[in-house]
Write a protein that binds this ligand. Structure first.
Ligand SMILES: [Zn+2]
Length: 245
């Protein structure tokens, strides 16, 4: 059960702005890339930033409310050109409540190296035990057809690499999405470090089953969110009133 089913539109706006700013602060999102959230009470609608908004200065009120057909219901300005990534994933995946697209090269490089697929080496990477597909088309996902092709590559998985381009991660809500994105790039970094030391023995299905047996995903996402928001708020990454009840 998604923990944010009852979040108001204003709360969702703040969550997207906070998560985006924190991912910029973490060096994962930069001048490009975007997060979206599906509206739980209107499941054919989503919130997403505008194409030219500076990711590190995102303001909740400026986010656009957009339908899965790309119609803007509230806000002024244009959505990102890669909006079809979000709309076509939401259309094909009822379980997805939030999505992130970013361009993190240390993670993306695993889409380029022959015989070196991204492997799962951290327990929190259990989220991707079903696999991390690579989308072969390196172009911007700017059309509906491209969005559908990307959603088909994602299938029932929870993350993919876009060859020579970036990453997509999907989750049930914004806080779990934030935790997943952090863990996704951490896993890639740990794998890269391990591979320098010697042949890597990734965690397998049995290891992951053992881990997930006692793992509370929603609680973990809240813990990570609490840690990062407290730390980054103190650092001035976003205004303190955004996390006051
Ligand atoms: Zn992109």
């Amino acid at each position: 059960v998604a923990s944010d089913d009852h979040a108001t539109l204003d709360e969702l706006r703040r969550q997207i702005a906070i998560a985006t700013r924190m991912l910029v602060a973490a060096g994962i999102v930069e001048y490009s890339g975007h997060l979206s959230v599906r509206i739980p009470s209107a499941r054919d609608q989503l919130l997403i930033q505008r194409v030219d908004d500076v990711r590190s200065a995102l303001v909740p009120e400026d986010l656009l409310l957009v339908t899965l057909d790309g119609d803007i219901l509230s806000g002024t300005g244009k959505p990102p050109s890669e909006l079809p990534i979000h709309t076509e994933i939401y259309r094909s995946r009822p379980d997805v409540g939030a999505a992130a697209h970013f361009h993190h090269d240390p993670t993306m490089v695993f889409s380029l190296v022959e015989g070196c697929p991204l492997q799962l080496v951290k327990n929190h990477a259990s989220r991707w035990i079903s696999g991390i597909p690579t989308h072969r088309d390196p172009s911007h996902i700017a059309t509906l057809d491209q969005g559908r092709e990307l959603a088909a590559t994602l299938g029932s998985h929870h993350a993919l690499l876009m060859r020579g381009h970036g990453e997509v991660v999907v989750a049930e809500d914004v806080r779990t999405l934030f935790a997943d994105v952090v863990h996704f790039v951490e896993n890639a970094a740990a794998f890269a470090h391990a591979a320098v030391l010697g042949p890597v023995q990734p965690l397998g299905a049995d290891d992951m089953a053992r881990f997930t047996a006692t793992f509370d995903r929603a609680r973990h996402a809240r813990k990570l969110w609490s840690y990062y928001t407290t730390t980054h708020c103190a650092d001035g990454v976003f205004p303190p009133e955004w996390i006051r009840a």
